[in-house]
Each structure stands twice: as structure tokens, then as C-alpha cells.
Write a protein that binds this ligand. Structure first.
Ligand SMILES: NC(=O)c1ccc[n+]([C@@H]2O[C@H](COP(=O)([O-])OP(=O)(O)OC[C@H]3O[C@@H](n4cnc5c(N)ncnc54)[C@H](O)[C@@H]3O)[C@@H](O)[C@H]2O)c1
Length: 397
């Protein structure tokens, strides 16, 4: 018996930076990791204003063509789906244009510069009936999927509190140039929209919608040198957004963890942690914790009467969702790129009309609303309520 031929899906890409390259590698690996999907991504056309990005797209990634104008990608009839990996300031423009062109899109976070822009993209996607997936890749590690299972099964008892810290060191050098991330017009908020946005989505995925927050933000590296090769090279320029943010939270009554409390903080100027994206969840019967720097491990402590209690370190194995797709046994590690292959699968399932289990534009809006509430709270010093977004995939009872 011969297998039926795989269905070809034409892929367009907007921006060939770190994320654009990663999305492309994920599409290429998808049929190797999930052959039964019967989908074969074809890398059709990529857009980047930088010549080097276009050359990389065609010569290395294997796109059939490249252009400086993303509108040519959206107008190409051979393009069925689009990865939007542009800097944040282009997300609304490109996302809305993609929806209007009838292209399903996988878009990086933060989807908009705040809740207002994210809602506009959501509205365009709904009006056009296109499928969406968000680059919330910290939903994908097998250890996180396992953690969600344990929480749902009640292994931790009633959830009492969550503590999350997403601490990166990638902007800790004050001499690293003032790239688009540090400018309000091109980025929106700083680490709040970036790492805190991931953390908020992870909390939603594991424990349910956040109902209200109070937050503070700070900027500690207040100026950075202009980009080499730009007219501002050699000059110090102001950093216009936050490099540290924290919040206290209460869950919405609909959340799996209704009644629980939490504290989250995020920094991209931490010296020491490199990508210490860590979450700890506490319940009346047990606790668990995970750290992206140790992607393949989940620590779990369960209270058993008469026994001493402590964390057991579980290595991801075939009992962890998706792990055996990538590695044959525990101790052989999965990596960051693999998370995007899992995400690509969800995206193409959604784009071809199947249930996907990935985050959607509704989840992006849910995260953005919490971040916008946090900005309001940081300005006012007050608690701010965050209305629950219809259509979200957060963990509810
Ligand atoms: N999911 C994650 O973990 C994760 C990690 C890093 C970045 N991101 C997000 O991905 C997005 C891209 O970040 P990155 O690190 O890949 O950025 P990057 O700086 O590496 O690349 C940006 C690219 O955009 C191109 N570009 C600029 N203007 C353009 C235009 N008008 N049209 C087409 N291309 C244009 C640049 O030439 C560059 O190649 C951001 O929204 C960022 O927040 C997500």
C-alpha cells in the first residue's frame, strides 16, 4: 500500500531575523517529526527590508523567492499561511493585512503594542475567518504539558499561589546598542510586553485567567549607544521603556486556580540568569517547579502523610506529552527549536481546519489585557481588573 501524497501548504514569511529563521526551520522539520499529519510546507516567499535577510531566505532556508515588500508575500496566490516575525511595531499592520488577504497567520509575541492594537488584529482575524497561532512557545515543553496534566488531575490539591520569574541577561550589558526593542514607537512596552507577556500566557495556560493585578515597572539602564552603522552610532540615546516589571495577581473566578494568588516578575537586564524562565506552583497537597534553563526537567513534591516531603526531579520521558516525538528516552534533551516544531504543527492543524490545541489571537488579547492593566496599575498604584477574553484557551474548571 502506498501512502497518500502529503498536502502542500504554501508558506510566506515576514522578516528573516531570529524568529523568522526559527519558524522556517520548524516548517522544514514538521514532516519529519509528524509524518502522519500529511502536510508538506513549501517555503514560497519571504520578505525582509535587509538584503542579507532576503539572501538568507533564498540561499539558506530555501524560499523560492524573496522581496523587500511584505505585501508581495500576502498577495502571492501560492502562499496559504504566513509567519509574521517582524519587529513589534509592524505586527498590527501586517497582521491585519494578512487577515484581509485571507491568509492564516502564526504571529510572534507581543502581538500588538498593548491591548488596543491586539484587539484590532483579533477583530480582523475574526472578520476574515482565518486561523491564528501565537509564538507563546513556553506552552510547548513536554514538562509544562505534564505539569498542566498534574494540576488538572488535582495532584497538587487546591492551588494556593504561583510564583514566576522570567529573568533574561540578554540586555544586561549597558553597551549593547539601542535596538528597536528599547524604543516605545517600535516596541511598545519593554520587558513587560516581551518576557512578562510569555509568563502571563504560561500562567493562563497552567492555571487560568488572571482577574486583577497590581504592578510596578522600572528602567535601570536609561541610555544605550546608537546602532552601529546608523546615523546615531557613537551617541548615547534614551531607553524609552521598562527593563524590569513585577506584578501581584488574583485569578478570575472562572480560573482553574480561582481563589489563588500570585507574584510574577520579569527582567531582561539580570546579570547571572541567561534565560531563567521559571515558574513555581503551590497547592495544598503538593508543589511543582520548572525552569527553561532545564527544559527537560520537572520538579514535583507531593505531601504524603507520615512521609518526609521534598522535590523529586522527573526527567522528561515518553510519559510526557510530545517528548517521544523528538527523543527516544529520558536524559537525551529536547531543545528550544523543538518547541517551535510543536507550535508549527498546531498552526498548520488550525490552518487546515482541525482542532489544534495551540494558543490563538484570543490568548494574545488575554495576555495583552493583563499587561495593559499592569501598565495602568504601575502608573496609578492601584489594582486593575482584567476582563476575561471570549474564546481564550486558558485553564478553566
Ligand atoms: N517567541 C519567542 O520566544 C521570541 C523570541 C525572540 C523574539 N520574539 C519576537 O519575534 C519578533 C521578531 O524578533 P527577532 O528577535 O526575530 O527580531 P530580529 O531583530 O532578529 O529580526 C527582525 C527582522 O525584521 C526585519 N525587518 C525590519 N523591518 C522590516 C520590514 N518593514 N519588513 C520586513 N522585515 C523587516 C529586519 O531586517 C530583521 O531581519 C518580535 O516581535 C519579538 O518580540 C519572540
Amino acid at each position: 500500500m502506498t501512502a497518500s501524497p502529503a498536502r502542500e501548504i504554501g508558506v510566506g514569511l515576514v522578516s528573516v531575523g531570529w524568529m523568522g529563521q526559527l519558524h522556517s526551520r520548524a516548517y522544514t522539520r514538521l514532516p519529519h517529526v509528524y509524518p502522519e499529519l500529511g502536510l508538506r510546507p513549501r517555503l514560497v516567499r519571504a520578505a525582509d527590508t535587509a538584503e542579507a535577510g532576503r539572501a538568507y531566505a533564498t540561499d539558506v532556508l530555501g524560499y523560492e523567492g524573496a522581496t523587500a515588500d511584505y505585501r508581495e508575500v500576502l498577495a502571492d496566490p501560492d502562499v496559504d499561511v504566513v509567519s509574521i516575525c517582524a519587529p513589534n511595531f509592524l505586527h498590527a499592520e501586517v497582521g491585519i493585512a494578512a487577515a484581509r488577504a485571507g491568509k492564516h497567520f502564526w504571529i510572534e509575541k507581543p502581538v500588538g503594542r498593548g491591548a488596543h492594537e491586539t484587539a484590532a488584529i483579533r477583530d480582523a482575524a475574526i472578520a476574515a475567518g482565518v486561523a491564528t497561532t501565537i509564538g507563546f512557545n513556553y506552552r510547548q515543553p513536554p514538562a509544562i504539558r505534564k505539569a498542566r496534566q498534574l494540576i488538572a488531575e488535582g495532584a497538587l490539591g487546591r492551588i494556593t499561589n504561583v510564583r514566576g520569574r522570567f529573568f533574561g541577561g540578554f540586555s544586561s550589558d549597558p553597551q549593547s546598542p539601542r535596538a528597536w526593542r528599547f524604543v516605545r514607537e517600535t516596541s511598545g512596552s519593554g520587558v513587560l510586553g516581551d518576557l512578562m507577556g510569555h509568563l502571563v500566557d504560561l500562567v493562563h495556560f497552567l492555571l487560568g485567567p488572571i482577574g486583577s493585578v497590581t504592578a510596578t515597572t522600572g528602567t535601570f539602564i536609561t541610555e544605550r549607544p546608537g546602532l552601529p552603522g546608523s546615523p546615531d552610532a557613537g551617541r548615547m540615546l534614551p531607553v524609552e521603556n521598562d527593563d524590569y516589571a513585577n506584578m501581584l495577581l488574583r485569578f478570575d473566578d472562572s480560573a482553574f486556580a480561582a481563589g489563588a494568588l500570585g507574584t510574577l516578575d520579569a527582567s531582561w537586564i539580570a546579570v547571572g540568569p541567561q534565560a531563567e524562565y521559571a515558574i513555581e506552583i503551590f497547592g495544598t497537597e503538593g508543589s511543582l517547579r520548572w525552569d527553561f534553563e532545564r527544559l527537560n526537567e520537572l520538579e514535583v513534591a507531593i505531601r504524603r502523610p507520615g512521609e518526609s516531603v521534598g522535590y523529586a526531579r522527573l526527567m522528561a520521558d515518553a510519559s510526557f506529552p510530545e517528548f517521544s516525538r523528538f527523543q527516544p528516552g529520558p536524559g537525551t534533551s529536547m531543545g528550544y527549536d523543538d518547541l517551535k516544531v510543536i507550535e508549527a504543527r498546531g498552526f498548520l492543524l488550525a490552518a487546515t481546519g482541525s482542532a489544534s490545541g495551540t494558543s490563538t489571537i484570543h490568548d494574545a488579547l488575554a495576555s495583552a489585557q493583563v499587561l495593559t492593566a499592569a501598565e495602568e496599575s504601575a502608573a496609578s498604584g492601584l489594582w486593575v481588573a482584567t476582563p476575561v477574553v471570549e474564546g481564550h484557551t486558558a485553564h478553566v474548571r
